[in-house]
Design a protein. Structure first.
Length: 130
C-alpha cells in the first residue's frame, strides 16, 4: 500500500499495470511527490518513466521502447557450463602437479649440487690449510 499525505492509496482495481494512451496521458497520470513512476503505453511496446519533484511537478518524462527477447537467446550467454568448469579445474590441477614436480626436481638437483660443492670445498680447504 502506498501512502500519500496520510492516505493509503492502493493499485487501481482491475489493473495489473498502469496504462496510458500517449504522452499526454502519461503527463496527466497521478503520481506521488518526489518519486519515480513507470506507466505503459496501452497499445504499443513503449513505457514512460515519470519523475516528480517535492511539489509533485513532473520534472521529467522519458519514453522507452522495449522488445521481446527469446529465452534461447538469453540462455546463450557467455557463461561457463559445469563441464567447462570441470575441464578448467582439471587443467589447473595438471599445471599444479607439473609445478610441484618441477619444484621437487629443482630441490633435488640443487641439494645434489650444494652437497657436491660443499664436499669439494671442504676437502679442498683442508688440503690447502694442512
Amino acid at each position: 500500500m502506498t501512502s500519500f499525505y496520510g492516505y493509503n492509496i492502493g493499485p487501481l482495481p482491475g489493473k495489473d499495470l498502469p496504462k496510458v494512451k500517449g504522452i499526454e496521458s502519461a503527463r496527466q497520470y497521478p503520481t506521488m511527490p518526489d518519486s519515480r513512476c513507470v506507466v505503459f503505453e496501452d497499445d504499443d511496446d513503449v513505457f514512460y518513466l515519470i519523475e516528480t519533484d517535492s511539489s509533485n511537478y513532473k520534472s521529467s518524462i522519458r519514453r522507452f521502447r522495449f522488445t521481446e527477447e527469446s529465452i534461447e537467446a538469453a540462455n546463450d550467454a557467455k557463461y561457463a557450463t559445469k563441464e567447462d568448469f570441470n575441464l578448467l579445474r582439471e587443467a589447473i590441477n595438471n599445471v599444479q602437479q607439473s609445478i610441484q614436480q618441477l619444484a621437487e626436481s629443482n630441490r633435488t638437483n640443487n641439494s645434489k649440487q650444494f652437497n657436491g660443492k660443499q664436499r669439494s670445498n671442504s676437502g679442498g680447504e683442508n688440503e690447502t690449510r694442512g
